[in-house]
Design a protein around this ligand. Structure first.
Ligand SMILES: Nc1ncnc2c1ncn2[C@@H]1O[C@H](COP(=O)(O)OP(=O)(O)OP(=O)(O)O)[C@@H](O)[C@H]1O
Length: 350
């Protein structure tokens, strides 16, 4: 038996780079194939030196080659040159932008549903809603990304317990994945606690950059965690992504909902379609099923009425034992169930 070059390339077309999710052949990572009967020798050129996923690539390639009858696989590893990396970035970028430089994912035919999560004021649970909804959509098999654009907080990476930074291939960032969700955050790049520089046009540009220079791959949903209030950022995002659907988060407390009305009014003004209001910290339910309304009642309904929409979810307070460290709640916890149901509503009714 004799394996051919063609067979090797064909087999390796099905091996993907674990980060870029593209075939190693397409990425031009396979070089110097030498075949001697059923013994295959080749060089794998990694996009970045010391790629942490080298072992995974090696295993996948060996498996694929054994699948076509290779008795012996000898791999050597190299790294792309700076020029090769730049060329790869160019091609990834080209894939992500239209001829006019517009992010392709913004085109209606991209199939990406954008969901902007906003609130009237801080601390009501906007990030909690973003990450738990994203995780629920991912559990249901959807391809989901989060763009953390909350310039006052960048809380998503910490809440999703992401410790690594995005892998940079030249200027393209490969987002870290947590709970099945690709996450990009200004926080990965911002100087420690420096929020002063993130204003107006600068931020607008950053968001655009994040859409274009992030290797999102194919997405079904991109959730945007927007800063609270109705400031520049929300307006810029509305202008840039008019097809985004908006979720407005409030607590049951009337004051909070009053402030949230402003964000909602803005959403109406910019013709963002409103998915609805999520009332967070709606109630506390004890083990016996008794509900206590710690923050009062009615805020969500009042706001929804003002915005001519509905309350699409009421999220309870976390049980004390649920709240240790992790802000993504388990699928079978009371909060997890609320988000599963909201995710189902999004998937099946829209
Ligand atoms: N339903 C809940 N039960 C218990 N704790 C919650 C709940 N929702 C949010 N929290 C906690 O409240 C705090 C604020 O939540 P979160 O960061 O999601 O709010 P935010 O509106 O995004 O705030 P910011 O505007 O400051 O980013 C966090 O510590 C979060 O873990």
């Amino acid at each position: 038996m004799m394996i051919t070059n063609q067979q090797v390339l064909e087999a390796l077309k099905h091996v993907q780079d674990p980060e870029l999710h593209k075939s190693v052949v397409e990425l031009n990572m396979v070089r110097n194939i030498r075949i001697d009967g059923t013994r295959v020798q080749l060089e794998v050129v990694l996009t970045i030196q010391g790629c942490p996923l080298k072992a995974k690539i090696q295993q996948d390639i060996e498996e694929a080659l054994r699948g076509i009858g290779a008795s012996d696989v000898a791999l050597t590893f190299g790294a792309m040159t700076a020029e090769e990396r730049a060329a790869l970035t160019q091609s990834l970028k080209k894939e992500a932008t239209t001829d006019t430089g517009m992010p392709k994912m913004l085109r209606p035919e991209s199939g990406v549903t954008f969901i902007a999560v906003t609130s009237g004021k801080g601390g009501v649970g906007k990030s909690t809603v973003t990450i738990n909804l994203a995780a629920a959509l991912a559990r249901m098999g959807k391809r989901v990304g989060i763009l953390d654009a909350d310039i006052y907080g960048f809380s998503v990476p910490a809440m999703m317990q992401i410790r690594e930074k995005p892998t940079m291939i030249d200027q393209t960032a490969v987002p870290p994945v947590s709970h099945g969700v690709k996450v990009m955050s200004m926080g990965f790049f911002a100087p420690e606690n420096n929020v002063v520089m993130w204003r107006g046009p600068m931020l607008n540009k950053w968001i655009r950059n994040f859409l274009v220079n992030t290797h999102w791959g194919d997405l079904d949903y991109l959730l945007l965690d927007l800063p609270p209030g109705t400031g520049d950022v929300a307006i810029d995002v509305a202008a840039m992504i008019p097809q985004a659907k908006e979720i407005i988060v409030t607590t049951p407390h009337n004051v909070a909902s009053f402030v949230a009305t402003r964000a909602g009014a803005m959403a109406m003004h910019t013709k963002h379609d409103i998915v609805g209001v999520v009332e967070n910290m709606s109630y506390y339910e004890d083990k016996d099923g008794n509900k206590t309304y710690l923050f009062g009642k009615g805020g969500g309904d009042t706001l929804a009425a003002q915005l001519k929409t509905q309350v699409v979810a009421r999220v309870p307070f976390a049980q004390p034992e649920e709240n240790v460290g992790a802000a993504v709640y388990d699928e079978d916890s009371p909060i997890g169930e609320v988000f599963t149901s909201l995710a189902e509503d999004l998937i099946y009714s829209r």
